[in-house]
Design a protein around this ligand. Sequence first.
Ligand SMILES: NC(=O)c1ccc[n+]([C@@H]2O[C@H](COP(=O)([O-])OP(=O)(O)OC[C@H]3O[C@@H](n4cnc5c(N)ncnc54)[C@H](O)[C@@H]3O)[C@@H](O)[C@H]2O)c1
Length: 165
Amino acid sequence: MTGTLEGRVALVTGGRGGTGRAVSQRFADEGAHVYAADLSDGGTVGEDPAAGEFLRFDVTSEDEVIAGIAAIESTRGRLDIVVNAAGVEMETTIEETTLEDWNRIFAINVTGTFLTCKHALPLLRQSAHASIVNFGSYDGFIADPKLAAYCATKGAVHALTRAMA
Ligand SMILES: NC(=O)c1ccc[n+]([C@@H]2O[C@H](COP(=O)([O-])OP(=O)(O)OC[C@H]3O[C@@H](n4cnc5c(N)ncnc54)[C@H](O)[C@@H]3O)[C@@H](O)[C@H]2O)c1
């Protein structure tokens, strides 16, 4: 490993998932201190406890997002990288999708990305190396009738990401 992230602090939502866990581990291997944020806390990222920790951080709750970022600020004093990898997929056509399903997938994939970016930005703006990585999807570009709501959320993430950039 190159140590290119030495001294940096990263927040990775969905940090217990397949992608979030791999990103968290790689960032830790590169020297960052990683907050792997998911629906439960407890445990360390990798074998070295100094490399990072899991943080309870439900991206659909503005209170939890604000509290999680405040905890990072009070313990580390900085935040350099945010990766929004929390997400869910729903294999339903529009006719099979209930309003409850629709609201839930938008709350996690879109509102969660919005809230995490919005509340991380004040700290990120203080970093000379700030980065945000949002997880869109091929399905945000290519329509799949069996993933109607999922496609819509990923299109929204792409548009939000372009608007922020
Ligand atoms: N796996 C793929 O092939 C693929 C392809 C394109 C895009 N993506 C996107 O990449 C991202 C990660 O996918 P993955 O395959 O790692 O998924 P995954 O299901 O393995 O992990 C998702 C994680 O998000 C967490 N999560 C769910 N709701 C949450 C919430 N409210 N607050 C915080 N965390 C929450 C889950 O607990 C889980 O750990 C998703 O946005 C997904 O849409 C994945």
